[in-house]
Design a protein. Sequence first.
Length: 470
Amino acid sequence: MTQTPLYTFSVLDNRILQYKYNSSIQIARLHSFSKSKNIFTNIIAFHENLLTCSNHDGEIVVVNIYNRRKNIIKTSTLNIKTLKFLDNNILLISDVNGSVQVYDLRAKSLRDINSPSILALLSRQRNIDLNTLSNSVLKPLIDKNSLSSAFELIDNNPMLRDTTEHNKLEEMYRVVFSKAVEELRKTNKNNALKLLNNFKDINSKKEEISTLFIDFKHYDRFKLHISEKKYSIAYALSSKHSLLRLTPEFDKIEEIFNSAFKLAREQMLMNRKDLATKTLSQYMTILSKREEIKTLLSGNYSYDSSTQEKSRTEIQGEKLFLAYEKSDFKECYELIDRYSIEDLELVTLLEKHWIKLMIECEGYALDGDVKSIRTLLGELISIKTRAEKIGDLLRVAFYSKIRTLQESKKFSSAENIIYSYIDIFGVDIEIRDIMKEYEKRNSKKLAITHNENEKVLRDNWLNAALIVEF
């Protein structure tokens, strides 16, 4: 989604302003920091569609210039020296004293970097990506089989997560963990302890390892319930002690349930709900099975027994695909923004289309053409989650039209549009400057009432029939 550079940016009175590269007209106010005289904006950086900027008070903003999604980062660092993106999710922050922090935009977490090897690499290389970084600092540890040290490095430096070397490290850990499970199944607790000894103090693994030994205290009872065909009790036990699900015994009861479910489905197709209910009777109390059994017995024969309880992310993705199939693109974008959906090909496709629309709308805005913006966006003009970006485009279109009319000395028309602007957007810094220019050119004082000077919310234009109704 990388675009050819189309913009320039400036910081004026602690406001981050965006311009087209070939125009002196401001097309957006991306963010406003505190107006305190003792707080000033100091660093600005870019990555693809993201811009980040910090102020002297330690506040950092990361903003997507096309959909205006923002992350506000509060740090205790007052003298930020460098901001650097490693990718779309990881931002590095350093101060004048050489301290470095990493901010994960997806997890919205801020952590200190305290590993000398990483600090040295970052200071030496101007351009470095995460996989290169992980290869430099993790691979030597993995090659030496110092897996605990590698995990400790990742725990202290979360920007290394999901890199190639981290994924390789996780695979190695899972192999060791699986071997420990097998040893516990054979009642060889000491062997399992030895296998996992190197990982027991690693923050990201400590809880899972502790849980493994607690859960397997109930392994014999779990097997007994299965041997006695008390499947509902076995499922209840595995729900409470989830790592028992890693055993072949759990796979066995899942296979038995799926067979019973298949039979019940066939019975429902023959209109024998009584038989289907009896077949599944011992599973009725199992929380993880209740919904699919209820769906089957209600007559929905198409229910797929392989469907497990859906995660929140899957449900959100399904909502997005459903909206897309109905061509409800307004709902699509609002779902993407509301749930921060990212890792889907459909999202990439929709965001590319959005960027194309925004670039075209920026051209119309600079030409003062509100009508073409409304026509191009259609129902998308009222996307609430992107109102800031669309509102800026509409404001720019009004500014441009007013200035064009003034330059043509069509002051009456310019005056009418100024009043229309104030009715829709209120009185802001930009329109005040335009009004001063108008009064100077026309030698006429504009009749602005007290009410027209009242503060208007930036998204209030969504209620303006002139803009959103066709």
